[in-house]
Each structure stands twice: as structure tokens, then as C-alpha cells.
Design a protein around this ligand. Structure first.
Ligand code: ADP
Length: 260
């Protein structure tokens, strides 16, 4: 993005020429865009659970409620407070990771065990989708922080579910290739428009398409995944057919040694 300043050069009344100054303002433009995306995401995503918490606490304060109603409202308030906590943790995580202040407790891990744990947990939350795991062979040891790798995988599997219709299948495929543990997370959901692929891992970026406008989110999930995977010497890539589904592939170096 360029800003152009233009000024005429005169000697008395005689025009000698015109000076054009081009200033590259791509960076300022980008910072402004990220700021406004941040403000609109924060206000929307924080206000929704807060409105619900305020509404239900008011109901509880103003009425004589039966115990089962009280329990129902309290459980909604609890869930919404949990949502707020997750959001704030995501903001803090991305900030820590981007400034290089994230500390990792790395040791040798069997990735398959971590993936199985994440899938089991996701199954509890989303009975409406079919989750499967396939291991095609090879080594699955990596050096990493179990909690952070779980967080990355949870974000990817959660997205696969969130952007797929009910009853959709989500498959995780694991194999070793060229000294790397490859983990593919495949879904048959909404897919990603080709023009969005380049920006998908940017923080606060969300695909603005009519097919997903009602699905909430901050645009931080994939940015966090990318930071975690890069901090483990790994890569992440995505292939998608818009309207048909997506496959996210993580690749992490295989570890043979028992020492970090
Ligand atoms: P969020 O889900 O909070 O918007 P993410 O960073 O996790 O943020 O994802 C960024 C965008 O990428 C989402 O808004 C969504 O449109 C798109 N996306 C991510 N994963 C998938 C997927 N599995 N299928 C389709 N679209 C996806």
C-alpha cells in the first residue's frame, strides 16, 4: 500500500514540473487492520458470554426459583464463565508465544498417546461427530511439551468439528515419513476458500463467508497452533476444497534419543 504526495514546482508563475513522493505504508496499514480486527473480535466475543452471565444472574436474583431451575441457570453461568476464561487464556498465550516468552517443558513423548487422549476428550464434548484415528506405522516419538502439543491438536480437532455439519466425520491419520512424525487432521466440512489459505494462520484472521458467519471465534486458534508447532521445530500446512473439506498436516521431527 502506497501513499502518494503530489506537489507542483513553480518558478514564479512558470510550472517547472511536479514532484511525486511515494511512501510505502503497508506496515502502518497492516497494524491498523490488525488493531481494528482485534477490537471488533474482543468486543463481540467477550460481550456475548458476559451478556449471558448478566442475564442469568439477574433472573436468579429477582425470582424465587425452584432448585432445578437454579441449577440450570448456574450451569449456564459456569459454562459462559469458562468460555471467557478460554478466550482470555488464548489472548495471553498468543502474546507470550509471539514475544518468545513461552516456556516449554520438553521431554520425549509418544505422539500416539497424546493424540488418543485429545480424541477421547473431544468425543465427550461432541457426540454429534464421528472421530477416528488411524496409525499407518513408523516411529511416533518426539521431543515436546505434552500440554502444549495437546493444546495444538485440540484446536485443530475442535475446528474440524466446529466447521463441519452434524454427523460429519473427522479422521486423524498418523505416520512417519522422512524422519518426521506426520499428523493429518481431515474433515468433510465447509472447507476454506482458496483466497483465504494464505492468511489462515495470522492472528485474528477469520474467514468472512456467509456459510460460517454465525460460528463464533477469535481467529486465534490457528495462530496459536502455528506458534506451538514452530517452537517444536515442526511445520503445519493445509489443503482444502471449498465446500468439501480440509486437511491440516502437522510435521514434527522424530526423536530417537531419551535425552532432551
Ligand atoms: P476461529 O475458529 O476462532 O475463527 P482459527 O484461527 O481457529 O479461528 O481459524 C481461522 C479461520 O479458519 C476460521 O474462522 C475458519 O473460517 C477457518 N477454519 C479453520 N479450521 C477450519 C476447518 N477445519 N474447516 C473450515 N474452515 C476452517
Amino acid at each position: 500500500v502506497f501513499k502518494v504526495y503530489c506537489e507542483g514546482l513553480f518558478d514564479g508563475n512558470t510550472k517547472l514540473g511536479t514532484i511525486f513522493v511515494h511512501r510505502n505504508i503497508t506496515k502502518e496499514f497492516e497494524v491498523d487492520r490488525i488493531k481494528s480486527e482485534f477490537v471488533s473480535t474482543v468486543s463481540h466475543e467477550l460481550r456475548t458470554p458476559l451478556a449471558s452471565i448478566l442475564g442469568f444472574t439477574e433472573l436468579m436474583l429477582n425470582r424465587e426459583l425452584k432448585l432445578d431451575r437454579q441449577k440450570k441457570y448456574l450451569s449456564t453461568i459456569h459454562n459462559e464463565a469458562g468460555r471467557l476464561t478460554d478466550l482470555i487464556n488464548d489472548f495471553l498465550d498468543i502474546q507470550r508465544m509471539e514475544s518468545g516468552k513461552q516456556e516449554y517443558e520438553k521431554k520425549q513423548l509418544a505422539m500416539l498417546l497424546i493424540i488418543k487422549k485429545v480424541i477421547e476428550l473431544q468425543k465427550v464434548h461432541s457426540e454429534s461427530h464421528e472421530l477416528s484415528l488411524e496409525f499407518l506405522g513408523g516411529r511416533d516419538f518426539v521431543i515436546g511439551d505434552a500440554g502444549k502439543l495437546e493444546q495444538a491438536l485440540t484446536n485443530l480437532i475442535h475446528n474440524a468439528i466446529k466447521y463441519s455439519p452434524e454427523g460429519g466425520r473427522v479422521g486423524v491419520v498418523v505416520f512417519e515419513k522422512d524422519g518426521r512424525v506426520k499428523i493429518e487432521i481431515q474433515d468433510e466440512g465447509l472447507g476454506i476458500p482458496p483466497e483465504a489459505l494464505d492468511r489462515l494462520f495470522e492472528k485474528f484472521y477469520r474467514v468472512d463467508n456467509s456459510d460460517r458467519r454465525s460460528i463464533g471465534g477469535t481467529g486465534l486458534g490457528l495462530a496459536i497452533v502455528k506458534e506451538i508447532i514452530h517452537d517444536h521445530g515442526g511445520d503445519i500446512s493445509v489443503k482444502s476444497q471449498f465446500g468439501k473439506g480440509s486437511t491440516f498436516t502437522i510435521s514434527l521431527p522424530v526423536s530417537d534419543s531419551q535425552t532432551v
